[in-house]
Ligand binder design. Structure first.
Ligand SMILES: [Zn+2]
Length: 138
């Protein structure tokens, strides 16, 4: 294990928790083992607090490369055009953006919940209208 195996950009991304999971783990265990790496992290933090922002860092912090939530929703609905669908897949699965992965998962859950709700509505509408009205009121 060597501290030079990590770039400054990677370490800053680590501080923002914006690395793919396997890289997060690699940095984490290296930080525990290497004093030199801890010193570097501290220096990077100090430099950042003094306003030295790299373009890559601003990009990451602003999440400029992240697709919008609406695009992620369209991706799930398979209504996104090929270019953006490829981009979403690259961004989430190859780059490993954890924010977007969490966002996608959240949208997936919301979609499942909505589907369940629809089924419930259909059931109540067809079998017991009054019960349906009661459930809407609560
Ligand atoms: Zn993202």
């Amino acid at each position: 294990m060597n501290e030079s195996e990590f770039t400054d950009a990677e370490l800053l991304a680590y501080l923002d928790e914006a690395l793919p999971v396997d890289r997060m783990t690699a940095v984490e265990s290296a930080v525990r083992a290497l004093i030199a790496l801890r010193t570097r992290l501290a220096n990077l933090l100090a430099r950042r607090d003094h306003g030295e922002h790299t373009l890559g860092e601003i990009w990451r912090r602003g999440r400029l490369s992240c697709p919008a939530r609406q695009q992620l929703a369209s991706y799930l609905a398979s209504t996104l055009d090929d270019f953006w669908a490829d981009y979403v897949e690259f961004h989430v699965f190859s780059v490993g953006c954890r924010l977007c992965a969490a966002n996608l998962e959240d949208l997936r859950q919301a979609k499942l919940a909505a589907r369940g709700e629809q089924r419930r509505r259909k059931f109540f509408d067809s079998s017991a209208g009054t019960l349906d009205n009661m459930s809407r009121e609560t």
